[in-house]
Design a protein around this ligand. Structure first.
Ligand code: MN
Length: 721
């Protein structure tokens, strides 16, 4: 066997091959093949096929070592050290493909598998080694159990033969198909074989006569050529019988002749002679020399009828084309010796080849197989070897939800290739992904919606929030809506304006603001979208109200403020509205002023005056003409002890016990807390929201300073109530 390797690799360093053979023999020394022979027979045979394909030394070494990582204690690093990085990477690539457990017979899995093969194998040599591996395993299939035979043969038909075809490796494809058929449909296989045996003499005599006739004619014409006659391979006969519903004897065109010559002009010359010698079957001539098949196949094809009335196909090609037809991509795959991997241009060419969908030869077994590089997909494995296809850029979160929403919802961590990783790690082709779950997991985090790439994951996460977290959704959705309103410069008070609110809700298709906030909270609707739907209505309402107000308020404006007037004002909720005798007062939710804050008032239709902090963004445009009429001056009345509610948001570095520390500060200062909750951010930070009551701004500042003194609280801001 080693001699074959030497023969196919002239001029390479045989010591490296010997070293790899010795290494693999040692590693596999305790293993036996199913037939009882030493295991090393297998890698040697695979290496031989790989060498025969015409691949380089590195690929042959990888073939010799291809089962070492999977089946022995050999490691990637050891192989890289002894045989080089490229070889080690190829062995690893083959190992990944081997680990995929293709139990599933679902068509979808097969399609994925074919795609994954290509996508995973940055190095096409990995696929070629895997095909060689499969070829040898098929050749020794008789030692497997019947169940395994069926499984492996099915897989060969579904995956390996189409791949070999796509890569232009006709010879290997035929052999794979014929062996597979033998196990998948033994009765028909035997039937065809016995028929072929029975008519063997006749067939051989026929082929010899035709062959001689062609050779005689061509040498008479001075053309150097070699003619081979053959019966088409069993599986193609089987398929023709099935498709045409005919017996073997009724079958038309099972003979194929091949005339191999030195030059392309010779090919066309030969064609002329063939058409002169025999009767041409119209419509069967194909010129794959001027228009090669996507898998690089080149030949002239014609079908003719001899004197006995038996049709046969003649394929005319040069020796170079012959090599390509037999070994396909391998014959053309030139690697820079000593360089790392294939060169970029070749790779592009392979990519184009594989992407090509058109296959002009309807005769050929195409089965609408489409393999392209699937840049937009990534293929990974479950620990059990099931393939999962995800959008490129997917993370363990996407993976978890692709498995089952229950897995996603209880995800607490992930392992990629047995190493703990962040759940936002981008997955690569061939990764084995394991999801760590916990029954006590709190469910998905909202940040996951931004991390995940697949719609499936996003939808399932949203569903979870919709179902599990209505209260939280409302809070979150409301904050998001209000922030967006502020950004858009729209008055928040409009949502509680009894005249405008129902109309807005109708536009939004919700029956209450809470429901709408909840929808934003679980991600069913974005705040931007919601506001987009009602923006025009709000602006119209604001304009209408401001006109009305101008009419009502103008008389008052003629009286300038005076101390006397001020003093007579009634304080409502601790606030005095100047210019207006008595009206309802409420504190704007957007900025939640407390006594001591500089404030301003906004006249809302039907709800009196809403009091904002002077620095509230919603009050920023109060001097603009369109709004000015609705803004009024307000001030705090003398302090009473009535508490005011306010909210602080604390920026923290996440740590255990922080919530307790915050709570402790509040209780020891006798602050009445209405709400206290924390939300983790992805980068080890978290935000605590504390809603509580204070007497005034001084108390607020004091408590704020105490909170800022807590370790790991790094910032604070006034939030919305
Ligand atoms: Mn193997």
């Amino acid at each position: 066997m080693r001699r074959t390797l030497y023969k196919h690799l002239p001029g390479v360093d045989m010591e490296r091959i010997d070293k790899a053979v010795a290494y693999a023999s040692e590693k596999h020394k305790d293993q036996k093949r199913k037939d009882g022979s030493p295991y090393i027979i297998h890698p040697l045979a695979v290496a031989e096929v790989v060498a025969e394909m015409g691949l380089d030394l590195e690929a042959v070494l990888a073939a010799l070592l291809h089962d070492c990582i999977e089946d022995t204690d050999a490691s990637f690093d050891e192989i890289a050290r002894l045989f080089g990085q490229t070889t080690a990477e190829m062995v690893e690539g083959v190992t990944k493909l081997t680990r995929a457990n293709f139990d599933s017979t679902e068509q979808a899995q097969m399609e994925n598998l074919r795609k994954m093969f290509m996508a995973m194998s940055k190095d096409i040599r990995v696929v070629l080694i895997k095909i060689a591996d499969r070829l040898h395993n098929m050749r020794t299939m008789q030692y497997q159990t019947p169940a395994k035979q069926i499984k492996k043969c099915r897989e060969t038909m579904d995956v390996y033969a189409p791949l070999a075809h796509r890569l232009g490796m006709q010879k290997i494809k035929w052999e794979l198909e014929d062996i597979a058929l033998r196990y998948l449909d033994p009765a028909d296989y035997e039937d065809i074989m016995s028929h072929l045996t029975a008519r063997k003499e006749h067939d051989e005599a026929f082929m010899q006569a035709i062959g001689e006739k062609i050779t005689e004619r061509l040498s008479g014409a001075g053309i150097q050529s070699k003619t081979y006659g053959r019966i088409k391979h069993v599986y193609s006969i089987y398929r023709k019988m099935q498709q045409q519903g005919k017996t073997l004897d009724e079958l038309y065109d099972i003979y194929a002749f091949r005339v191999v010559v030195d030059t392309i002009p010779d090919c066309y010359n030969v064609l002329g002679h063939i058409h002169d010698l025999f009767n041409l079957v119209p419509g069967r001539f194909k010129d794959y020399i001027s228009t090669p098949k996507p898998n690089m196949y080149q030949s002239l094809h014609t079908t003719v009828i001899g004197r006995q009335g038996i049709p046969f196909e003649v394929q005319i090609r040069t020796w170079e084309m012959h090599e390509t037809a037999e070994y396909g991509i391998a014959a053309h795959w030139k690697y820079k010796q000593g360089g790392e991997g294939g060169n970029e241009k070749d790779f592009e060419w392979v990519r184009r080849l594989l992407e090509s969908q058109q296959d002009t030869d309807a005769e050929d077994y195409v089965n609408s197989l489409k393999i392209d590089m699937f840049d937009d997909e990534v293929f990974v494995f479950t620990p059990k070897g099931k393939i999962v296809s995800l959008p490129a850029g997917s993370t363990p979160i996407d993976f978890a939800y692709a498995i089952h929403s229950g897995v996603g919802n209880s995800l607490t961590g992930a392992k990629i290739n047995n190493r703990i990783c962040n759940i936002d790690t981008t997955l690569s082709n061939g990764d084995i992904v394991e999801i760590i779950t916990s029954k006590s997991a709190k469910g998905p985090s909202r940040d996951w919606l931004n991390i995940c790439k697949s719609n499936q994951a996003r939808t399932k996460i949203k569903q979870w929030f919709k179902k599990e977290k209505r209260e939280e959704n409302i809070v979150y959705g409301r904050a998001s809506f209000e922030a967006e309103m502020r950004r858009a410069g729209l008055p928040l008070s409009i949502t509680i304006d009894p005249e405008v609110s129902p109309q807005l809700l109708k536009k939004l298709s919700f029956d209450s603001w809470e429901n709408m906030y909840a929808a934003i909270g679980y991600g069913g609707l974005t705040a931007v979208k919601a506001i987009g739907r009602i923006r025009d209505d709000i602006n119209r309402a604001v304009k209408a109200q401001s006109n009305e107000k101008q009419q009502q308020q103008n008389p008052l404006r003629t009286h300038p403020d005076s101390e006397a007037v001020k003093r007579n004002r009634h304080a409502v909720n601790g606030v005095i509205v100047e210019d207006i005798e008595s009206c309802m007062i409420k504190f704007a939710k957007c900025c939640a002023p407390v006594p001591g804050d500089a404030i301003t008032g906004f006249i809302t239709k039907g709800f009196g005056v809403s009091v904002h902090r002077a620095d509230c963004p919603n009050a920023a445009h109060r001097d603009e003409p369109i709004q000015a009429a609705r803004w009024v001056r307000v001030r705090w009345a003398n302090m009473d002890d009535q508490p005011f509610e306010t909210t602080l948001e604390l920026d923290c570095i996440t740590r255990d016990g922080l919530l307790l520390d915050v709570a402790t500060v509040m209780t020891t200062n006798r602050i009445r807390v209405k709400e206290l909750n924390g939300k983790d951010l992805p980068d080890g930070h978290s935000v605590f929201t504390v809603r509580f009551e204070v007497k005034d701004v001084a108390e607020l500042d004091s408590i704020r300073n105490k909170l800022l003194n807590i370790r790991d609280v790094v910032g604070s801001r006034r939030g919305q109530n």
